[in-house]
Design a protein around this ligand. Structure first.
Ligand SMILES: [Zn+2]
Ligand SMILES: [Zn+2]
Length: 251
């Protein structure tokens, strides 16, 4: 006896419908695909959620630091007065802004790849750090260096915008000295490539390319990966644009 493909499909469909309607069946015939989030992303401890659709990792954060800052409202338990010197031994000068809760959604490639044209990083969030605070680039405004902004960095080298977005342009000192180390993974840029601290194998990193990174084995990527390093000289986190193709951020 010959059975056509259509008959087989018809038979399977019937079985599914029957089992779906059966009072004794508890199994749904259509199983949704569940994408697991690779363990490395769980290092972003400040995220409110991290999910994967198999192509992108979606990271949601409130953008508020988990450390003390002179920029929290005085009534906040994380407020702490600050004076003296800050980044680059500059005398601290507080800016008029304060920290407020944000609503960031970072969508970054699960499998980052090098781009053929390296898109410029935007003003505003260009990546996410472990505590959920965004990374900003090396400019205070369009092509304006940070020269006059660094003096407003708080004790952990972050500060808020006029729209109350707290951010790091340079090394996030709380992460490199309290929560992790100077050679640790510190976050990801929007192109999905990881960001590390200023040291590697116990010494200050050298030999970075135009995008402020290089390819090598890291503790989190034993097979090697392109990664950025944060240093204390301009451009600090990223150089001439993203190494890879960036995802998106909504805020
Ligand atoms: Zn800034
Ligand atoms: Zn490295």
């Amino acid at each position: 006896m010959k059975i056509s493909t259509q008959e087989i499909i018809g038979f399977i469909t019937t079985v599914f419908i029957l089992s779906g309607c059966s009072k004794t069946s508890t199994t749904n015939p259509v199983t949704p695909v569940i994408y697991t989030v690779p363990a490395v992303y769980s290092k972003i401890y400040g995220a409110t959620s991290i999910t994967s659709d198999g192509t992108y990792i979606t990271i949601k954060t409130t953008g508020t630091p988990d450390h003390k800052s002179v920029y929290y409202p005085i009534a906040n338990t994380l407020y702490e007065a600050f004076s003296g010197t800050t980044f680059d031994s500059r005398t601290f000068v507080k800016n008029p802004n304060s920290i407020a809760t944000q609503n960031f959604t970072f969508k970054i490639p699960l499998n980052p790849v090098v781009a053929t044209n390296h898109a410029s990083t935007p003003l505003g969030a260009m990546g996410v750090s472990l505590n959920g605070v965004p990374f900003f680039n090396q400019y205070a405004g369009p092509n304006q260096p940070l020269t006059n902004e660094v003096m407003s960095f708080d004790k952990y080298w972050g500060h808020p915008t006029a729209t109350s977005q707290y951010h790091y342009h340079v090394e996030p000192l709380y992460l490199t000295t309290v929560k992790a180390t100077k050679s640790s993974l510190l976050g990801f840029l929007l192109d999905g490539f990881p960001v590390y601290g200023p040291e590697e194998n116990g010494a200050a990193v050298t030999g970075l390319d135009a995008y402020h990174g290089h390819t090598s084995v890291t503790a989190d990527y034993p097979n090697g990966i392109y990664h950025y390093h944060i240093t204390n000289t301009d451009p600090y986190i990223n150089g001439n644009g993203y190494y890879g193709t960036p995802g998106t951020v909504t805020q």
